[in-house]
Design a binder for this molecule. Structure first.
Ligand SMILES: NC(=O)C1=CN([C@@H]2O[C@H](COP(=O)(O)OP(=O)(O)OC[C@H]3O[C@@H](n4cnc5c(N)ncnc54)[C@H](OP(=O)(O)O)[C@@H]3O)[C@@H](O)[C@H]2O)C=CC1
Ligand SMILES: O=C(O)C(=O)Cc1c[nH]c2ccccc12
Length: 344
């Protein structure tokens, strides 16, 4: 634990230290509290669920039915629709935290956390405090930091360049030519939102991607997949999901969206990559309102982008829907040997 000075004062925390005040961190704190166990939630932002409050675009909705992704002990209000909106989700999690009396310490960025083997405690440092506890819960999220690829020339672009985490809605993009780089759920939904705001989106798709409908014959695709997986092997579930998908959406490859060889569930299991749950993008691709460019971006120029094959595309704006990454490895200083010595 080289980063901890001997003379620093560590506040002893009753119960676990929870890093992150997103849905997971808040839910863990709530469950502990329900069982009479206190905890301390450290949150780097000024609010709970900051990704939802500060980094999500306006039109985002859950795309898994509310019953299948509610927080423990207190579900969504009955009046909520099957797929709650962003503001409904925020008001749900706010009242959830209030209900259980969860009060995170805000504006506390965890800079390091390490296990002190001799005393069996975790020592956690934020920019202005030191805490220790026997237990540490990592709930800082898989989407903690925007992933911004280094594309040559991005500094010379004269239009607007934003990451998906800064995109709110298409108001400021009306009538503009917008290149959306990335075709995960964010890229697909932002392209659709741009289309609904009368801009001209070009969606960059450099790889294969699984697009499945959000619903199949009135059932959520996710729910259907989770039911089938109880009875059938994963490859067979993928076959069923893909046949129904093909029936509903047609051959997406015709529209520039090649499918990976591995099925959507197997892909999620093995690589963590989520399938895209289509909420209307594909029909805009079919009508040509969203143009798919099957290329990687080689360079950004002052007027637009240059693709791998040298083809140029002029645009007014670029949205980097290139994903997010976790930041755990930057602050969690785990000494694997310490664990092995202590527990085995
Ligand atoms: N309604 C909802 O519930 C929503 C849920 N989400 C979830 O949030 C998480 C994050 O989603 P998202 O923000 O879409 O991120 P993803 O990581 O899912 O997608 C990133 C996309 O960007 C592409 N990409 C990355 N770098 C480049 C590059 N240099 N050039 C071209 N393409 C590039 C990737 O393609 P490649 O495969 O080639 O690397 C991929 O298509 C996911 O789990 C998603 O399911 C997101 C939005 C809405
Ligand atoms: O949890 C995610 O990241 C999802 O996007 C949901 C999801 C995971 N595996 C699936 C298989 C079919 C439909 C939705 C999903």
């Amino acid at each position: 634990m080289g980063s901890f000075g001997r003379d620093e004062v560590f506040t002893k925390v009753e119960g676990p230290i929870i890093v992150g005040g997103g849905p997971s961190g808040i839910a863990v704190a709530a469950c502990l509290k329900h069982d009479g166990i206190p905890s301390l939630v450290l949150e780097r932002n000024d609010c709970i669920a900051s990704l939802w409050q500060h980094k999500a675009y306006d039109c985002v909705k859950l795309h898994i039915p509310k019953e299948l992704c509610e927080l423990p002990l207190l579900g969504y209000p009955k009046s909520y629709p099957k797929y709650p909106t962003k503001s409904q989700f925020i008001s749900y999690i706010t009242s959830y935290a209030d209900h259980f009396g969860i009060k995170p310490l805000f504006n506390q960025t965890v800079e390091s956390a390490g296990f002190e083997v001799e005393r069996g405690v975790w020592r956690v440092k934020t920019q202005d405090g030191c805490y220790e506890s026997r237990w540490l819960v990592v709930a800082s999220g898989e989407n903690a930091e925007p992933l911004v690829p280094k594309i040559p020339g991005s500094e010379v672009f004269e239009g607007t360049l934003v990451h998906a985490s800064e995109y709110k809605n298409g108001d400021e993009f009306r009538g503009k030519r917008v290149v959306v780089i990335g075709c995960g759920n964010s890229g697909m939904e932002i392209s659709l939102d741009l289309c609904n705001h009368d801009s001209i989106p070009f969606m960059v798709v450099r790889n294969s991607v699984h697009v499945v409908p959000r619903d199949m014959f009135g059932f959520s695709t996710f729910g259907l997949a989770m039911t089938l997986i109880k009875w059938l092997p994963i490859k067979l579930v993928d076959k069923v999901i893909l046949s129904i998908t093909n029936y509903i959406l047609g051959d997406t490859e015709k529209f520039g969206l090649r499918r990976p060889k591995t099925g959507p569930l197997e892909m999620k299991m093995t690589t963590g990559r989520s399938p895209v749950l289509d909420v209307g993008t594909l029909s805009k691709v079919k009508t040509g309102n969203i143009k798919v460019v099957e290329q990687g971006v080689r360079e950004i120029t002052k007027n637009g982008v240059v693709f791998m094959d040298g083809q140029e595309l002029e645009c007014d704006c670029i949205v980097l829907a290139t994903g997010y990454k976790s930041n755990v490895t930057s602050w969690l200083k785990v000494n694997a040997w310490a664990y092995i010595m202590k527990f085995y």
